[in-house]
Design a protein around this ligand. Structure first.
Ligand SMILES: Nc1ncnc2c1ncn2[C@@H]1O[C@H](COP(=O)(O)OP(=O)(O)OP(=O)(O)O)[C@@H](O)[C@H]1O
Length: 347
């Protein structure tokens, strides 16, 4: 994919407080990229710098290789959709969407054609005469998206656009948004703190924390191969175990050595190891790798969450098989279920 936007060493300070600490990021044509991270990590600030609403303290924003850092928002080929819809309440759906096109003094019939096409794309055919107050939250957000898309930007920036919707509607809209993005074939840069949302929609996820990028990758990469403790904890549930990298394909934790598929760390290096709860199996004593005792069982609807205490620590296991509190068991896993990461500070 062709590179469309490049963020080169962006920093941002507010009154001496550093909120972006040198962001490097390539955003490609046609990509659905999500900035994911906890509240206050700098996602919105990054997006606002791309949009031109905010100026970076240092660093550059390149669009098609050209520095646009000082261009005002309206001269950039990007449009933004916010969580609060910011629609004109006194105008109907058609006029809200047509607003930008009328300012550009387009012909009436061209405007009509474009607005009707975009309304059908967001699933709102026949809604053009409705007042904004007669629409549900989800419909209002669709109008906001339509209003941004009708200008045919090369990039659509979306800042928690589904944040105000209830869970069920949010899930439906996630899939619809992804379909819209595929259909219009433009780049979406999406901000959320919801890891499930990011995993569902994105081609690429950028995990941020404390003003810095922690990892960039596909949803599968980020989930299966977190690069550090922060990413592993933020995405999904994890057992994070301190260990030693003995040598290529061999790690030590919980008082034993285990074969793994990781290589390239220093021999004897202290590392963090991730074991996902769904990758651990509870088996009979003598048939697995680590001895332990079942200490609690919680029914979670689709699976049981079982805590197993070993000599060194507690492991969380997700399984559909019931067990018994106090039962002596073994934990079992495959070499590829062990994910070795650089050791970092505790979050
Ligand atoms: N205009 C401003 N003046 C001063 N500080 C600001 C301003 N805008 C943002 N900040 C601070 O910058 C940091 C990053 O904020 P930002 O909104 O980018 O985070 P975020 O990851 O988008 O969080 P959220 O998910 O809560 O929106 C926060 O500590 C915030 O308080």
């Amino acid at each position: 994919m062709k590179k469309l936007i490049e963020l080169d060493n962006l920093t941002k300070e507010y009154n001496g407080q550093v909120v972006l600490k040198g962001i490097h990021l390539d955003i490609h044509e046609n990509e659905f990229m999500t900035l994911l991270g906890p509240s206050g990590c700098g996602k919105t600030t990054t997006l606002r710098i791309v949009a031109g609403f905010e100026e970076a303290s240092s660093g550059e924003v390149l669009f098609d290789g050209i520095d646009i850092s000082t261009l005002p928002p309206y001269k950039r080929e990007v449009n933004t959709v916010f969580q609060k819809y910011a629609l004109f309440p006194h105008m109907n759906v058609f006029d809200n969407i047509a607003f930008g096109l009328k300012i550009k003094k387009m012909e009436k019939d061209v405007i009509e054609q474009k607005v009707l096409r975009i309304l059908s794309l967001v699933g709102l055919e026949g809604f053009e005469k409705r007042n904004i107050s007669q629409l549900s939250g989800g419909q209002q957000q669709r109008v906001a998206i339509a209003r941004a898309l009708v200008n045919e930007p090369k990039v659509l920036l979306l800042d928690e656009p589904l944040g105000a919707l209830d869970l069920k509607l949010r899930k439906t809209m996630q899939i619809e948004l992804k379909n819209i993005q595929k259909e219009v074939g433009i780049t979406f840069v999406y901000v959320t703190h919801d890891q499930e949302e990011a995993l569902t929609m994105s081609d690429t996820i950028v995990v941020m924390n404390d003003g810095a990028i922690q990892q960039i990758g596909t949803p599968t990469d980020i989930y299966n191969e977190p690069e550090n403790r922060f990413v592993a904890q933020f995405i999904g549930e994890s057992n994070i175990v301190e260990g030693i990298f003995v040598k290529d394909f061999l790690v030590e934790f919980d008082g034993q050595q285990f074969v793994c598929v990781d290589k390239g760390f220093d021999e004897g290096q202290e590392v963090d190891i991730v074991l996902r709860p769904e990758d651990l199996d509870i088996v009979e004593v003598g048939q697995g790798k680590i001895e332990g005792v079942v200490s609690s069982i919680i029914f979670k609807g689709v699976h049981y969450e079982i805590m197993v205490e070993t000599s060194e620590r507690m492991y969380k296991v997700h399984t559909t098989d019931m067990s018994e509190i106090g039962k002596k068991v073994n934990l079992d896993f495959w070499p590829e279920d062990i994910h070795v990461m650089e050791k970092m500070g505790t979050y």
